[in-house]
Design a protein around this ligand. Structure first.
Ligand code: DX5
Ligand code: ZN
Length: 230
């Protein structure tokens, strides 16, 4: 996928997947069957400090990369520098870090330095639901992606926080790729889709019951193809 920054995409969060190999293999079949070239894998990394949980194992990036899925890495970590080099070496295509960490500027500078060497890398900045969008205006030149968290980071399966919708228009005005993460399903996706979000991180809606993932992915694809929802 080289359209992550330009097309509407679905980035599937694999936080709660036990057997990643068989999940990726089913997803690969669906992708080929329906010609979906806009599916990425969202890789949540948690350090037990920025968020209280710990996960995922960075080495799994290699497997995602081998399946040829775009690897969208979300570092919910106080010191992302500890993970960035390894993630890129294993095949990360996009790396998003949090505005709320110490030394955000230094971290973005470091990511941009790596991006200059590796043109296919994109850089994202994420804000928690309670963080004012204006706080990241100064960093927008250093980012390709703005990730709005629509749940508190650290856990899959939470409910979408509606007040985040208020930030979407201002984020879209920043002329970057705007992604939303947390609590997205076939209902909660409608409003952010209509407000101009272009990438949707989806975890439990798709991964909780994988018996009918093809139907659910098709449903989401139909919604995002249509600007005003269904
Ligand atoms: C939350 C993570 C999300 C999460 C999404 O901390 O960043 O990516 O796993 O999962 P759902 O869609 O279940 O909220
Ligand atoms: Zn995430």
């Amino acid at each position: 996928m080289n359209n992550f920054l330009t097309e509407k995409t679905i980035s599937i969060s694999i936080l709660n997947i036990d057997d990643l190999n068989s999940f990726l293999s089913s997803l690969d079949i669906i992708r080929k069957q329906f010609n979906f070239d806009n599916i990425a894998i969202h890789f949540d990394v948690m350090d037990g400090n920025f968020v209280s949980n710990i996960g995922l194992n960075l080495d799994l990036i290699k497997l995602v990369h081998e399946y040829n899925f775009f690897v969208d890495v979300h570092l919910m970590c106080s010191n992302p520098k500890e993970y960035i080099d390894k993630a890129i070496k294993l095949g990360a295509d996009n790396i998003t870090i949090h505005y709320e960490i110490d030394n955000i500027y230094e971290h973005l500078k470091y990511l941009n330095k790596l991006k200059n060497k590796n043109k296919k890398l994109s850089v994202g900045i994420s804000i928690k639901p309670g963080t004012d969008i204006k706080k990241i205006f100064n960093y927008s030149d250093m980012c390709d992606v703005i990730l709005l968290m629509s749940v508190e980071p650290g856990l899959g399966g939470q409910s979408y926080i509606n007040k985040v919708n208020k930030k979407i228009e201002m984020a879209v005005d920043m002329k970057k790729m705007v992604q939303i993460d947390g609590g997205i399903n076939d209902i909660t996706i409608i409003k952010p889709n209509n407000l101009g979000i272009s990438s949707f991180v989806i975890g439990s809606y798709i991964t909780k019951d994988i018996s009918n993932i093809s139907e659910k992915i098709n449903k989401i694809q139909n919604i995002i193809k249509n600007e005003r929802g269904i």
